[in-house]
Design a protein around this ligand. Structure first.
Ligand SMILES: C[S@@+](CC[C@H](N)C(=O)[O-])C[C@H]1O[C@@H](n2cnc3c(N)ncnc32)[C@H](O)[C@@H]1O
Ligand code: SF4
Ligand code: SF4
Length: 486
């Protein structure tokens, strides 16, 4: 039995994080329901309630639930109205699947102090796990009304919205849209020039139609854009075009790094235009990860998929770039052109290093569907089967697959959250819902070179599009591998 000093109280509130694995999100990434714990700071040498709580939280974080539960119960014997102990005991019950007990305990914690956002957020998570989406939505709203910058409540509410849209209506969705102050990903198209002519690329398609303009973004416009940009976990510095062809690209990396708005800076490249030293310099300037686009490493097939690729040079680049940074991954587009050859490419990559290989089916940008190289649903299913059969023999490869290539039941796949969390900016500064579309009219010509995100994001065209998106899958999503109706 611990000896409690009842005077220890909520002197300081350093957040302690506990993560509960919840499955995969629509992008195939693991989702954690993250909850913050207000831990107490002891003031005395004897074992205080604060010390006991710290011990319990340590047990809890290490998933020693019996030990944690025992200490929380001892705290509650000594101090029955200890809000943290009630809350965390509730969370242990939630983690053990005892939903009713969890709800009861967290409600008791809320009754002690209704102004703690995390309690409402976690109660929302418990209701969500129980399938009570209306109550979950209400909890998230309450949490956000107390703390509008409470990222996890926001994410969980959004997930609820996109997975079970019955839980929201215009009135509940609008505050959610308005409260966005950070994004997962923020992508900027800095050039539309390229050295290759890839068969499925919208640039190649539009060049054939005579409607493509090749241009670099001027550096002053880029500076303005970064000033006006939102905060985001990752900035992606490429759209449709090869970013390393931009003559001032090194300066762009330095500018975006010095903005301090982004935790990570990433890009895709065909890796064929510049030396390895050039990429090393980009990493030194602040680039944090690089994805090399590889559809095939067979020269004939590569010429079909990514016309202009010199396979021997590309292979050497992959080896050399992997040697300068551990943060090199591979992006692969699967189409009829490389369907049979994908296993070969994976085998070569596996023999060369440890890589994350993200494979996505080609989106069909051609207006004439008779010429499509996009895979049918059956072909995608066959490809997934082939890749899974190979998995054992590819120990160095981690696969990143979009929802359309995962064997999930449709109901478990949330609608793509990119329009809410991963907007795209075209070469001319126009905001669009995601990187698959550069239709500048969708968000009413909101322009981040000219106006701040706070203004652009609050344009009625943005809200209208997002409301319509939740209601009905828009045309841009048809055939996109991130679309749950795919
Ligand atoms: C448009 S490129 C721009 C960056 C760079 N030029 C490159 O190729 O990596 C970005 C990524 O989009 C992929 N991509 C091109 N056309 C596509 C399509 N129709 N569907 C899906 N992805 C596509 C490319 O293979 C590449 O991995
Ligand atoms: S290298 Fe990238 S931008 Fe260039 S044509 Fe290929 S996919 Fe498109
Ligand atoms: S087109 Fe639709 S499904 Fe695809 S990434 Fe964009 S919003 Fe998501």
């Amino acid at each position: 039995m611990l000896d409690f000093n009842h005077e220890a109280g909520l002197k300081t509130h350093p957040p302690v994080s506990l993560n509960v694995y919840e499955g995969h999100n629509s992008n195939g990434l693991p989702v954690y329901s993250h909850f913050s714990v207000i831990s107490m700071n002891p003031t005395n040498q004897t074992t205080t309630i604060g010390q006991a709580m710290q011990l319990a939280v340590q047990h809890h974080q290490a998933e020693r639930y019996d030990d944690a539960e025992s200490v929380y119960n001892q705290v509650l014997q000594a101090q029955p109205d200890n809000m943290d102990a009630l809350h965390l005991l509730g969370m242990i019950n939630y983690q053990r699947g005892k939903i009713d007990t969890a709800i009861g305990l967290i409600k008791q914690a809320i009754a002690i102090n209704p102004q703690v956002a995390v309690l409402h957020g976690n109660l929302g998570n418990v209701y969500k796990a129980a399938g009570d989406f209306d109550n979950a939505a209400m909890c998230y709203q309450r949490a956000l009304s107390i703390d509008p910058r409470y990222a996890q409540a926001y994410n969980n509410f959004l997930d609820l919205t996109l997975r079970h849209k019955t839980a929201v209506n215009r009135e509940t969705l609008q505050p959610l849209i308005d409260s966005i102050s950070f994004f997962h990903r923020f992508q900027i198209e800095i050039t539309t020039e390229c050295n290759l002519k890839c068969a499925e690329c919208p640039r190649t398609v539009e060049i054939a139609e005579g409607s493509w303009t090749s241009k670099h973004m001027p550096i002053e416009e880029f500076r303005q854009l970064v000033n006006h940009a939102p905060y985001a976990s990752v900035a992606v510095l490429q759209g449709v075009g090869e970013p390393t062809l931009h003559p001032q690209f090194e300066e762009f990396i330095a500018i975006i790094k010095s903005s301090g708005k982004f935790q990570f800076i990433a890009l895709n490249t065909n890796a064929l235009t510049r030396s390895v030293d050039y990429y090393k310099q980009l990493f030194d300037l602040g680039l944090t990860s690089l994805s090399i686009s590889v559809d095939s490493l067979n020269q004939e097939i590569a010429a079909l998929c990514r016309f202009g690729t010199k396979v021997e040079k590309l292979k050497k680049r992959i080896v050399d770039l992997a040697a300068i940074s551990p943060h090199i991954s591979i992006s692969m587009v699967a189409s009829k052109l490389n369907f049979y050859d994908i296993p070969e490419t994976l085998v070569w990559l596996n023999s060369t290093g440890r890589f994350l290989v993200e494979i996505q089916p080609a989106i069909d940008y051609k207006k004439d569907n008779h010429q499509t190289n996009a895979l049918s649903k059956d072909e995608i299913a066959a490809l997934v089967k082939n890749i899974h059969a190979l998995k054992e023999s590819l120990p160095n490869i981690s696969l990143g697959l979009p929802p359309s290539m995962q064997m999930q039941k449709e109901s478990s796949v949330a609608k793509c959250n990119r329009p809410f969390l991963a907007p795209y900016v075209t070469l001319n500064g126009f905001l669009t819902p995601c990187c698959t579309t550069y239709d500048e009219s969708l968000y009413g010509h909101a322009n981040l070179i000219k106006e701040d995100i706070a203004v652009a994001w609050r344009r009625s065209a943005v809200s209208d599009w997002l409301h319509a998106y939740v209601e009905k899958t828009p045309d841009i999503c048809k055939g996109c591998c991130f679309n749950s109706d795919y």
